[in-house]
Design a protein. Structure first.
Length: 365
């Protein structure tokens, strides 16, 4: 993350969504609003009065100026302005010492965050809290931030990605924000805002903005107060070692060492499934397949020649009887069952093939 300078305007007064409100203007042109104060390098102060469509601004930097807006409103605000960096906005000071800097693997973080889902209402179907795109971005940048963070700093994030829900017709981008830190050797996630609507307002559409609203209001999550958002965040698997900080904090999730170990074991399991099989393993599996196929073929041939046994020489039935005895030998049957079960567990046989071959072996008893 580069330390790009962003403009910060903190205003106190009436007319904004909160009494104390901060607006951030990024170099790419988009704006964000958050409640409260944000650290900045102070540059000046101003008085802003918006009455009807006319705005009057008296500033220590730009002096006196007026503007005409395309909508009517009433605001009376005192503000301060300055500069901040994106790096400073992504690491916030905390009185509690964290285990920072710390290294966490991207794929482990991805698997742990993937266990969280979101439902707008208790009766609604759960959807992933983070989309695949968001998980990729978080897994890439959060570990870097945790490696650079100090013991008294938390890592905050604001991210958007495509989501689908019954609440809206088509898949659309939604914004989620929060903070992440490692304390007591456990990963902590505090959600500030969940899947905030980014669609422009009707006024913005009339003004020509048909893509994304510029009036974003979100929270980054706090240790001392619970975030207010609609819906509920739930854990997909209750045995993953992920729990809420307390019953009163629906926004604070703690990922225990159990959650980390399960994510790590998932990594090992995936490696075993995705890595190529060694030559020795391949040959052993191939021998098991060949042996099983021969046994099944012999069984099938015995069924076909069974009606002709009375016409064969007297010595031949004894040979056939001996073969049947071997096939019905408990050790042979047990070995054949273990063989097909081993092939099924390794994914070589499908469930249907496994059941079919197992039934064929048992019918021969």
């Amino acid at each position: 993350m580069e330390n790009e300078k962003i403009k910060i305007y903190t205003e106190i007064g009436f007319g904004n969504s909160t009494f104390i409100n901060t607006e951030k203007e990024y170099p790419d042109g988009h704006e964000e609003r958050v409640p409260g104060f944000i650290k900045m390098d102070f540059k000046g102060a101003y008085l802003r009065i918006w009455f009807g469509r006319r705005v009057i601004i008296i500033s220590t930097i730009n002096g006196f100026k007026t503007q005409i807006k395309n909508r009517s409103a009433f605001k009376a605000l005192i503000g301060i302005q300055g500069w901040g960096s994106e790096r400073e906005q992504n690491t916030l000071k905390t009185k509690t010492l964290n285990n920072h800097p710390i290294k966490i693997q991207a794929n482990i973080l991805n698997r742990m965050l993937k266990q969280l889902s979101y439902k707008y209402d208790r009766d609604e179907t759960e959807i992933p809290l983070f989309s695949t795109k968001e998980l990729i971005l978080l897994s890439e940048y959060v570990p870097q931030a945790l490696m650079n963070a100090k013991a008294d700093e938390d890592v905050t994030f604001v991210i958007k990605g495509p989501h689908s829900s019954k609440r809206w017709i088509l898949q659309e981008d939604r914004l989620t924000s929060g903070r992440i830190f490692v304390s007591n050797n456990q990963l902590n996630l505090i959600i500030g805002s969940v899947q905030v609507n980014l669609q422009p307002t009707l006024e913005e559409r009339y003004a020509g903005n048909v893509w994304e609203t510029t009036k974003l209001i979100y929270d980054i999550g706090y240790r001392k107060k619970t975030a207010k958002y609609d819906g509920l965040i739930v854990v997909l698997n209750k045995n993953q070692g992920i729990y809420r900080k307390s019953n009163d904090r629906k926004d604070w999730f703690v990922f225990t060492n159990t959650a980390y170990k399960k994510a790590l074991s998932g990594e090992k399991g995936n490696n075993q499934n995705t890595n190529d099989v060694s030559n020795d393993q391949y040959e052993a599996l191939q021998q098991q397949i060949d042996t099983l196929q021969k046994q099944l073929n012999n069984k099938s041939n015995q069924k076909r020649v069974a009606p002709q046994r009375k016409q064969m020489p007297k010595k031949q039935p004894s040979v056939t009887q001996k073969n049947n005895t071997n096939d019905n030998n408990p050790r042979v049957v047990e070995q054949r069952l273990k063989t097909i079960e081993n092939l099924y567990n390794k994914g070589i046989l499908s469930k249907e093939e496994y059941q079919k071959k197992r039934n064929e072996i048992l019918k021969g008893l």
